[in-house]
Ligand binder design. Structure first.
Ligand code: FES
Length: 584
């Protein structure tokens, strides 16, 4: 039975290529200038391939080849591929943080699709922010969309020791500062920790968000777990190209795939993976692009009954390559059973549940059974209190359990430079019971809410053997990081949130089981401090930064721009309906 819902005349690209007027003459003559004859594209779906490849993004090195495999699939299925380069958002290189530019790429993706003759789109991403950014833009544009995940790089290796991206960087950096390894050892780690194309292979933001994209239904089944250099990754790329052509004819769009149920599936997936805390911000932003008001409370509710099944660093022991060989995401989703809504639709036209039929776990130490989880629940906790009335988050499984309930004296740094200048000062009055506080590290203040949240432990304490302390900031933290780090404090300090009022010597109380985070200072004293608070000078006076600081929302709203979320997401900032205006 044919699933075609469109005729060639109903394709969006028909307005560019199919009509007989002066402007379409220009489109056709300029296409012939590129070496294509009419027979090659006439009446075919035009597939835009948004490629985040660049020579500055090591996680996407293989995209130069993969895009050819995608094109091969598109040609074979009767489509016409056009590759459109978009921002690369390279996590290791872009300053001050790729997060500052996530919304920039989301806008670029949406507007590129809107302004060119695209009938469907293949999104090529994987390095941290590229996945949410591309999906946010495509959801807003709502053309048939399929996501091609970059895939994790191979396990790192140094002198026979398996190394994980990020996590082992922080570990060996602490060991170097504590004098436990030599400079030569450190250089060995440098050479062996990233040894193939692909995104970070720990359960960082990249692995979390590509897995979330698959659970949402945006990739072909099983794709997110395949290591980047594996030949099956190339095969799946060609299949992705074939499938998007069918999706155009079927008119299968993001709005058919994203529902409150599929968002819950993706959140459950992130939690069962013990995924990056960054995914909270991105999932909220994605959901709000679809008009779904995903809240921190919903996240916390799901966390309370979701077991952590993926035994992957930094919470667990293994890496993504091991996860793939153990059965990959499909096996883990199947094991989650009734915690996943299998009725949700996916890009291959089948439901998530249908796609999971036959998925098996091949190593149940890497992918745990529900009866023997890594953690029974609470992979993430949402905290509230008088310094975080709109919420803050902590990953309890990555923190020393002794610190889950803790009260300590605050040692406050007013910004990153202040912290960098004083943290290793021998004169700093600090011990392991103290609470390290970093202000002005949020979406507006940093700017861009960088991954500074794994605040450094002072060298003198590292040398004493201290490896975890309670740390609080309005920053984010790399998904590859660990420690008792309270993150995403909202509203942020730079815009006058009460976190700005914490001072040296205040007592701060954390209670993870009770979900509480408070500074033990009277309301009267906090009011007095608020009256004396002086608004900082804005970071930007022009350009993208100026737009960002005016329109970016706080972490509990996903840090999207207020004018980009869709009606239904809630809040006064919701704008009118998002969709494709008529283009002439
Ligand atoms: Fe690209 Fe980690 S640096 S995913």
């Amino acid at each position: 039975m044919s699933t075609k819902k469109k005729t060639p005349e109903e394709l969006r690209s028909h307005r560019w290529y199919g009509v007989n007027d002066l402007r379409s003459f220009g489109h056709r003559s300029r296409t012939s200038q590129m070496g294509y004859s009419r027979e090659e594209y006439a009446g075919k779906p035009v597939i835009a391939i948004l490629n985040t490849w660049s020579e500055m993004n090591p996680c996407h090195t293989h995209f130069k080849q993969r895009v050819e495999e995608v094109k091969r699939g598109i040609w074979q299925a009767g489509g016409f591929p056009i590759e459109l380069p978009v921002q690369t958002l390279s996590e290791p290189f872009q300053k001050p943080t790729t997060m500052l530019y996530r919304n920039f790429l989301a806008m670029e993706a949406e507007e590129t699709l809107r302004s060119y003759p695209a009938d469907g789109v293949v999104l090529m991403g994987g390095c941290d922010k590229t996945t949410p950014a591309l999906l946010m833009g495509a959801i807003s544009m709502d053309l048939p969309t399929i996501f091609l995940p970059a895939g994790p790089m191979l396990n790192g290796n140094w002198n026979g020791v398996t190394l994980g991206s990020g996590s082992d960087t922080w570990k060996y950096w602490a060991d170097l500062r504590a004098g436990k390894i030599t400079e030569q050892d450190w250089q060995g780690v440098e050479g062996g920790i990233a040894r193939s194309p692909g995104h970070c292979m720990t359960m960082g933001t990249a692995s979390t968000m590509t897995s979330a994209a698959e659970a949402l239904g945006f990739t072909l089944p099983g794709f997110a777990s395949i290591p980047a250099p594996d030949s099956r990754h190339a095969q799946m790329s060609a299949k992705t190209g074939m499938r998007i052509v069918e999706m155009v004819w079927e008119d299968l769009k993001p709005s058919d795939i994203i529902t409150a149920g599929s968002i819950d599936n993706a959140v459950t997936t992130c939690l069962a993976l013990s995924g990056s805390t960054n995914a909270i911000v991105h999932m909220i932003a994605l959901a709000r692009r679809a008009g779904i008001d995903l809240t921190l409370n919903r996240y916390d509710d799901i966390s309370r009954h979701t077991p952590v099944l993926a035994n992957i660093r930094p919470t667990g022991s293994y890496l993504m390559e091991d996860f793939y060989y153990a059965g990959g995401l499909q096996a883990m989703l199947a094991e989650l059973g009734d915690l996943i809504d299998g009725s949700q639709k996916t890009v291959n036209g089948r439901t998530l549940g249908e796609n999971l039929e036959g998925a098996k776990i091949f190593n149940d130490d890497v992918i745990r059974r529900r009866a023997t989880p890594l953690l029974p629940n609470n992979g993430l906790a949402v905290l509230r209190g008088n310094i975080a009335p709109d919420g803050a988050v902590i990953k309890p499984g990555a923190a020393d359990p002794k610190l889950h309930v803790h009260t300590g004296r605050a040692v406050v740094f007013k910004d990153y430079n202040d912290m960098a200048a004083r943290i290793d000062d021998d004169a700093l009055e600090i011990d392991e019971t103290c609470v390290i506080v970093l202000q002005h590290a949020g979406p507006v203040g940093a700017p861009g809410m960088p991954e500074w949240g794994q605040l450094p432990i002072p060298k003198k304490l590292l040398q004493k053997g201290v490896r975890d302390m309670l740390r609080i900031s309005d920053a984010r933290m790399s998904g590859t990081s660990y420690g008792a780090c309270v993150l995403h404090v909202a509203p942020e300090s730079f815009i006058g949130g009460p976190f700005a009022l914490v001072q040296d010597g205040d007592l701060i109380e954390l209670d993870v089981p009770q979900r509480k985070l408070n500074v033990l200072v009277s309301d009267e004293e906090l009011a007095r401090r608020k009256a004396a608070w002086v608004e900082p000078v804005p970071r930007f006076t022009r350009g993208y930064g100026a737009m960002h600081q005016v329109h970016v929302m706080q972490a509990n709203k996903g840090c999207d721009f207020d004018f980009l979320q869709r009606d239904g997401a809630g809040g006064a900032a919701s704008t009118g309906s998002v969709g494709e205006p008529e283009i002439h």
